[in-house]
Ligand binder design. Structure first.
Ligand code: 5AD
Ligand code: SF4
Length: 447
């Protein structure tokens, strides 16, 4: 049987990008992508640990794969990613038919682990630190015209709800020269949009000790240098921490033509008391002030956010504080989450966990409010003409899906080639997308 691989990815963009590296490693070994589990020789589940339902999903998926493995013992089942890093032995205990558990720092060892599992049985490689940056591995990217570029995996913050620092480790910034070389290489191959990735992108560089320097973050400088890369048209970055959105970063955003007018600005809560319990260092008024400053410096910037409902001890009054900030901030979109206790985090052992029905009821109110605001923000776009990058076929019907610089999805009626830029007049707005019609090619069509 031909050696084919299937990768299922859960979670954030960092995981999506790791999956591209996993695909790169398997491809370099002569493998090709499979379409279904049945024609795969290697199945990789690249997991996420951020909320509890992610755990449940993994064990559900592994349960489905068990009969397949029994029928085809030569099938190799690999669990990678954050849950692999976090739960290690538990995965092997609960699902002994898994061949390889590979942590977030051990991707370069993947092929060796698969090989060794042939002769020696199940393998596990979880290490505390990265020795080889996964960015040094080959990547197979899904799109030819846009790419993620990892700049600083890991996180030094200790938000009390978050498992990420435990599974991804401390922040490790890549050398600026390596990042630029990767972006230049991508642009030379026709990539027109890059998204710089890190758990806390705007502290990029803080961990790089340059002799004689004061360990200042280098993110603003990085933005300016990436902006100078020829043939690239769009730069995005995610996720920043409001606390580290310093004036130099705002200035760089405003000055750099290619940096898109979109920021992800995670609020988490609109109550100062809860923010303190979360160990988020800003407060509500300061958050809104920063937002106003960014909006003044970067006109028409679109703003998205993350909000957690039902953090331990959250009262109705705290929650009303969140609704109030949401009303005043007028986010273009929000990722809303119900708090999920993660064993090993500080919040998991805090008192006064909020009852599930209360969390659900608050969550529904928040979603209804944000949906209204998102729709209003989208409606305000109607009548404008914007540049979009065509991404591919729309999910519904035969239309095309494209994206504005503000990260808004636009549905277009006609089929257009992915990777091209088009100017579009916005003719309609829905809760989660805009509708538009092409009014001309945004020159040049392909740089
Ligand atoms: N429960 C719910 N949401 C969480 N997030 C992180 N940890 C948790 C948790 N334990 C959310 C935060 C973060 C986003 C990526 O996921 O809002 O910004
Ligand atoms: Fe988690 Fe906070 Fe780090 Fe984001 S900044 S990854 S929420 S600890």
């Amino acid at each position: 049987m031909e050696r084919r691989y299937l990768i299922r990815t859960f979670g954030c963009q960092m995981n999506e990008h790791d999956s591209e590296r996993i695909a790169g490693v398997l491809t370099a070994d002569g493998m090709t992508p499979a379409h279904t589990p049945d024609d795969a020789r290697v199945i990789v589940l690249n997991t996420c640990a951020i909320r509890e339902n992610a755990d449940n999903k993994l064990y559900g998926n592994l349960g489905h794969l068990k009969p397949l493995k029994e029928r085809r013992p030569d099938l190799k089942i690999v669990v990678a990613g954050c849950l692999a890093q976090k739960d290690q032995a538990e995965i092997q205990r609960k699902a002994p038919w898994v061949d390889v558990v590979v942590g977030t720092h051990a991707l370069p060892q993947l092929l060796e682990l698969i090989d060794r599992s042939e002769t020696d049985g199940p393998q596990m490689d979880i290490r505390e630190h990265t020795e080889v940056f996964p960015t040094a591995l080959p990547a197979v990217r899904n799109d030819t015209f846009r790419a993620w570029v990892s700049i600083a995996p890991g996180c030094d913050n200790g938000c009390t709800f978050c498992i990420v620092p435990l599974v991804r480790g401390p922040q490790r910034s890549r050398a600026i020269g390596d990042i630029l070389a990767e972006v230049q290489g991508l642009a030379a191959r026709g990539v027109v949009e890059v998204t710089l990735l890190g758990q806390n992108v705007n502290t990029y560089g803080r961990d790089v000790t340059v002799p004689g320097s004061s360990r200042t973050p280098l993110f603003a400088r990085l933005l300016r240098e990436v902006d100078a890369v020829e043939r690239l048209r769009r730069i995005r970055f995610t996720s920043p921490h409001p606390h580290d959105f310093t004036p130099d970063v705002i200035d760089a955003m405003a000055a750099c033509e290619k940096v898109c007018e979109h920021i992800h600005f995670p609020l988490q809560s609109g109550s100062d008391r809860v923010l303190q319990l979360m160990r988020r260092s800003y407060r509500r008024e300061r958050y809104l002030e920063w937002l106003a400053r960014i909006r003044a410096a970067v006109p028409d910037v679109a703003v998205s956010t993350d909000i957690i409902v039902g953090f331990p001890g959250e009262t109705e009054e705290d929650f009303l504080g969140t609704l109030d900030v949401v009303e005043r901030a007028r986010f273009d979109s929000a990722y809303t989450f119900q708090y999920s206790p993660r064993p090993g985090t500080r919040a998991a052992t805090m008192p006064d966990h909020v009852a599930a029905d209360v969390v659900q009821e608050r969550f529904d109110r928040l979603v209804a409010l944000q949906n209204r605001i998102t729709l209003e923000r989208n409606q305000a776009q109607v009548g404008t003409t914007v540049e979009v990058l065509v991404e591919g076929a729309g999910k519904k019907g035969g239309s095309t899906q494209a994206r504005t610089r503000g990260n808004r999805i636009v549905h277009l009626e006609h089929g257009l080639e992915p990777g091209t830029f088009v100017d579009v007049r916005v003719t309609g707005a829905a809760a989660h997308h805009l509708v538009g019609e092409a009014v001309g090619a945004s020159a040049p069509l392909r740089v």
